[in-house]
Design a binder for this molecule. Structure first.
Ligand code: SF4
Ligand code: SF4
Length: 188
């Protein structure tokens, strides 16, 4: 089945998930190191306050934290971590499928260009949390551009470092505050 956004949907720009567990807090949009400065300057141009936290780091020694950050994350603007700061929820303008407009659509992060593809090898798999998947399943045929973006991200994140670290954002719903932590945790 051909993928197309569900009418009026903006779910993937609004809802953020706890990943990999509640302890790590809600994640933001993945930002590659080479995208970080550009995203910060777009925010400045649009007069937006954004928060970019580290996401994945690596080290060659087992120390207190990573020596190199290989991925960052753009956090949502709400206190619970939801809603991308670049999503224009105030304008009456809408995207072709009726969702809210992305203020940096042409220059959006690669992760946004890849979504909803989460597995680029055969069979291609879409994120089951994407609204399209609720009715149409988690496969689609016309997602070549999304697949290419995901492959680029994966290639950029290949590392031979023996230690991989994940950053806990400390952000999430009030009801989960007791479980959410912040800081670096050794993953491998
Ligand atoms: S990619 Fe999926 S979740 Fe995002 S706007 Fe389209 S249908 Fe909605
Ligand atoms: S940058 Fe744009 S496409 Fe990406 S999550 Fe934000 S509003 Fe959505």
């Amino acid at each position: 089945m051909n993928f197309e956004c569900v009418k009026d949907c903006s779910k993937c720009c609004i809802e953020r998930e706890y990943y990999p567990t509640i302890k790590f807090g809600k994640v933001g949009v993945l930002i590659l190191p080479e995208e970080k400065e550009k995203i910060e300057s777009y925010a400045k141009n649009h007069n937006l306050k954004i928060t970019i936290l580290p996401r994945i780091g690596i080290s060659h020694e087992k120390s207190d934290g990573p020596t190199t950050i290989i991925a960052y994350q753009l956090m949502g603007k709400e206190s619970n971590g939801n809603t991308c700061p670049f999503l224009d929820t105030e304008s009456i303008e809408r995207s072709p499928h009726g969702g809210y407009i992305c203020k940096i659509y042409q220059n959006r992060p690669l992760a946004c260009k890849a979504y909803p593809v989460i597995e680029s090898s055969s069979p291609i798999v879409l994120d089951s949390k994407c609204k399209f998947c609720e009715n149409c399943g988690s496969t689609a045929t016309n997602v070549n551009q999304e697949v290419r973006s995901l492959v680029k991200i994966k290639n950029k994140m290949i590392t031979n470092a023996p230690f991989v670290w994940r950053y806990a954002t400390g952000i999430g719903d009030e009801s989960n505050k007791n479980e959410i932590t912040t800081g670096w945790f050794l993953e491998i």
